[in-house]
Design a protein around this ligand. Structure first.
Ligand SMILES: Nc1ncnc2c1ncn2[C@@H]1O[C@H](COP(=O)(O)OP(=O)(O)OP(=O)(O)O)[C@@H](O)[C@H]1O
Length: 252
């Protein structure tokens, strides 16, 4: 990031070390004339897991895209570790320690697994990045020479998620990692997210399985039609009628 793109945010005397890993402040975002996020404010504390839950079309993916710089906001601020990155590019944010694993598996389909892993490596060396990825997803070790596009859906998701491990980011945004996967692979995905949590990575997680997502989260936000409808403890949403009230009876 250039000096012009990053600006320390006045913190009222709070030490920068205590700054949230991520903050969206009063974010408004639109697709053309259609407003999609309306005054969205959310915070991800360092080393914590934050769930972002909501019905289809609520604006979850858009929130992650705004956070990682893939989409420009109309107004508001994106602050990472106490630094205003609102005007910084997606690649500058990635170099600064943010990893966005997008919905639909962001892998290079025409590159081999080995080549994909090398693309994910940042400060880690080539050999080390492959060792790190295959330690957490041994299946990838058996597929190193295979083109990513020929992997199963679950293997592609493992490869996409391995970026959140190999690049050793401080902040990971994960969008619908279990979408379209067999239950046994969904278990692997959630085990991996738990591993990230244990490593102290700050995680902002969007997933269709609200119960599972909330059960590994510390804090939760519910988005409805582009607005925050709930901001509070993740486990409180699992109590009493809170789940039905905010998420819906049929949700899993
Ligand atoms: N590229 C786009 N152009 C126009 N409208 C879009 C675009 N992408 C999303 N939208 C609209 O913006 C709104 C929010 O979409 P978004 O994908 O952020 O929601 P979401 O909560 O992630 O939903 P889902 O769970 O279905 O992925 C929806 O009404 C959607 O139709």
């Amino acid at each position: 990031m250039t000096d012009q793109q990053i600006r320390p945010v006045p913190s009222g005397g709070t030490a920068v070390a205590e700054a949230p890993a991520l903050e969206l402040r009063n974010v408004h975002a639109s697709y053309g004339a259609t407003a999609v996020l309306r005054d969205v404010s959310l915070t991800v504390a360092p080393g914590s897991v934050t769930a972002l839950i909501g019905p289809n079309g609520a604006g979850k993916t858009t929130s992650l895209r705004v956070a990682s710089g893939l989409m420009r906001l109309t107004s508001g601020q994106v602050i990472v570790d106490g630094v205003d990155v609102t005007r910084a590019s997606a690649s500058a944010r990635a170099k600064g320690g943010m990893c966005h694993v997008p919905e639909g598996r962001g892998v290079y389909r025409n590159l081999t697994v080995r080549e994909n892993l090398l693309m994910q490596a940042s400060s880690t060396g080539a050999k080390e990045s492959i060792e790190i990825a295959t330690s957490v997803f041994p299946r990838l070790g058996e597929r190193l020479s295979q083109k990513a596009g020929t992997l199963s859906g679950g293997e592609q998701q493992m490869l996409a998620l391995s970026a959140a491990y190999v690049a050793q980011p401080q902040l990971v945004l994960v969008d619908e990692p279990s979408l379209g996967l067999a239950p046994i692979i969904v278990d692997l995905v959630f085990e991996f997210l738990q591993t990230l949590r244990e490593k102290g990575v700050a995680l902002l997680l969007v997933d269709q399985y609200a119960l599972r997502t909330l059960s590994i989260a510390d804090h939760a936000y519910v988005l409805r039609r582009g607005e925050i409808a709930y901001d509070g403890n993740a486990h409180s949403l699992l109590q009493g009628d809170m789940f039905e009230q905010y998420i819906g009876e049929g949700a899993s």
